[in-house]
Design a protein around this ligand. Structure first.
Ligand code: ADP
Length: 171
């Protein structure tokens, strides 16, 4: 799978599936979650209400409704509580479970936001390594061809580009 790191708004991405950095209620929130619910429309909330929430690190899929993306995968990343509460493993699970669901649905293209590095305060320098590593290590023999990391701001973009370069240089 190819990884492309770009700056932009994930709600505009023309891909098979976008990933939402949700919370455990799956009923919407601030940040990227709020932006996705606003852009997808009220029907998204109606579907989310049938899902019964989601545990941290797990993932559930809905339709994309008014988004250009056909599907949305909702995954609550971990809230940073100092790093000794399994946060790195939970963040890895959010990326891996999202990729697994996307592959099961036959998706070819997927777009991720920077999960947990907003309101959940996961340190950016650690979060990028985990996400880039998990995406690049995902098995090749699936439908997935391209993953986009969609960074909302220039600081996040720079951090992901650095992590990508470092990891590629070890390949
Ligand atoms: P979390 O609660 O998982 O930390 P946030 O939504 O607070 O989630 O932040 C996650 C990241 O998503 C942050 O880098 C934030 O700047 C970014 N973000 C916010 N809106 C969008 C958007 N429309 N597209 C892509 N990324 C976004």
């Amino acid at each position: 799978m190819k990884l492309e790191i770009i700056q932009g708004d994930i709600t505009k991405m023309e891909v098979d599936v976008i990933v939402n950095a949700a919370n455990c209620t799956l009923l919407g929130g601030g940040g990227v979650d709020g932006a996705i619910h606003r852009a997808a429309g009220k029907e998204l909330l109606a579907e989310c209400m049938t899902l019964g929430g989601c545990r941290t690190g797990e993932a559930k899929m809905t339709r994309g409704y008014k988004l250009p993306a056909k599907w949305i995968i909702h995954t609550p990343g971990p809230r940073w509580r100092g790093g000794k509460h399994g946060e790195p493993e939970l963040l890895r699970n959010s990326y891996a479970n999202s990729l697994r669901l996307a592959a099961e649905a036959g998706c070819r293209t997927i777009a991720f936001p920077s999960i947990s590095t907003g309101v959940y305060r996961f340190p950016l320098a650690d979060a990028e390594k985990i996400s880039v590593e998990t995406i690049l290590n995902f098995p090749e023999n699936t439908s997935l061809e391209t993953a986009y990391m969609v960074c909302f701001d220039p600081v996040t973009l720079q951090a992901y580009e650095d992590a990508h370069m470092t990891l590629k240089s070890f390949e």
